[in-house]
Every structure is written in C-alpha cells, then in structure tokens.
Design a protein around this ligand. Structure first.
Ligand code: CDP
Length: 210
C-alpha cells in the first residue's frame, strides 16, 4: 500500500506521516530529506544550489549518511533545498530511490510530488495544508525547540517564498493531484489531524475495495 502525502512547507506532513506509518504498519520516507541533503552537499562544497551540474552531481552521489544528518532543517538549507528541487535532473536522480523504497513493502511518503509524479497510482493521496501563519508558527516552534530564535515575520516570509517557488516551478510543481483528499490542519492539533486522516484513508480504501 502506498500513502502519498503532499503539501506546502511546514503543513505538518511529517508528523502526520509518521503517525500514519505506525498505525498502518508501513515504512515512512520523508522525501524532503533527499532534497535537503542534496542542497547541503552543494553548500558544503562551496557550490551554488542553482548550479545544475553541481546539484545534479550531489543528488547522484547522495548516501544514507547524507540524509541522516541532524543539521538539514535550518533556513539556509531549506531555501537551497527548494532551489535544487527545481532542477529536473536532480529530481530525475532521486526518483528511482523513492519508487524502489515504496515498491519494496509499501510506504507512507511525504513531499511535494508523491501523488502527482512519484506514485501517481498511490492507494491514497492526501494533500495537507494550513494557513501560512499557522504553518510558520509551527516551524518557529521547531526552531525554538532546537534552541534557535527566529522572528515570526522572518519564518512567514521564508515559508511563503519557498511555497511560491515550489508552486511555480516547471518541474513537478507543488499541486494537489486530481484525486487527492484535502486536509486543512489550520485548526487541528496533531491528534485531530491524525484521526481525520485515518478516517479519510479508511473511507477511500473501503470505496476502492467495493
Ligand atoms: O519540512 P518542509 O515541509 O518545510 O520541507 P521538506 O518537505 O523537507 O522539503 C524541502 C524542500 O524540498 C521543499 O521546499 C521542496 O522544494 C523540496 N521537495 C520537493 O521538491 N519534492 C519533494 N518530494 C520533497 C521536497
């Protein structure tokens, strides 16, 4: 079974995906880490994340150790991740890994193009959104938990800019699949979002089996 979860930055996809993966006994892949790790390799080599050759070489050379790093979630790496993610050859280099990961035993995957490009025939597609203010507040809370204090206005600006870049790029833009179930988590806490998503998944699976 493939559960595809897409949506804009800091919408709570990761938290939700992890909970769903445990409940459904499926492996979980955070595909954003692949783009973040690619960006980090380019930045650490002193390269430019918009440089097609440098970014593509970094994506092709990606290892498990790169994606397991604890320092992939800062603002600079987030912006650079979005930049490398707009390069078609980077996306191409990361595609096979994502498909193989999901095809082995099924999976919950979260990202931007899981339901549109990576697994267009996913059993269930969720598109998770929330207002930009709600998303930025959640991201700010994550920064604070890591000991970084960033003004909310800066987080809102970063999240909005990255969404705009992700939505308007030509390669695999952030867009709900036609058959995606929309989940707005603006007023939902983690538990409520999880219960709502589980209900939607059960409905969808029951409809597919009947
Ligand atoms: O955690 P957050 O939602 O802020 O971001 P992420 O899921 O870790 O993704 C970081 C960046 O990688 C995004 O802004 C996208 O540009 C890119 N990405 C993508 O293009 N396709 C994916 N499947 C996952 C992430």
């Amino acid at each position: 079974m493939i559960i595809a979860i897409d949506g804009p930055a800091a919408a709570g996809k990761g938290t939700l995906a992890k909970r769903l993966a445990i409940a459904l006994n499926l492996p979980y892949l955070d595909t954003g880490l692949l783009y973040r790790a690619t960006a980090k390799r380019v930045l650490e080599a002193g390269g430019d994340p918009t440089d097609v050759q440098a970014a593509t070489a970094a994506a092709r050379a990606l290892s498990k150790a790169d994606t397991s790093r604890a320092d992939l979630r800062d603002a600079v790496t987030s912006k650079a991740a979005s930049q490398v993610a707009s390069i078609p050859a980077v996306r191409e280099a990361l595609l096979a890994f994502q498909r193989e990961y999901g095809s082995a035993n099924g999976a919950v995957l979260d990202g931007r193009d899981i339901g549109t490009v990576i697994f267009p025939h996913a059993d269930v597609k969720l598109f998770v959104t929330a207002s930009v203010e709600a998303r930025a507040k959640r991201r700010q809370a994550e920064f604070i938990a890591r000991g970084e204090s960033v003004p909310l206005a800066n987080v809102i600006a970063d999240v909005a800019a990255r969404d705009e870049a992700d939505r308007t790029r030509a390669a695999a833009p952030l867009i709900p699949a036609e058959d995606a179930i929309l989940i707005d988590t603006t007023t939902l806490n983690i538990e409520e979002a999880f219960l709502h998503a589980m209900q939607e998944i059960e409905k969808k699976l029951a409809a597919s089996n009947s």
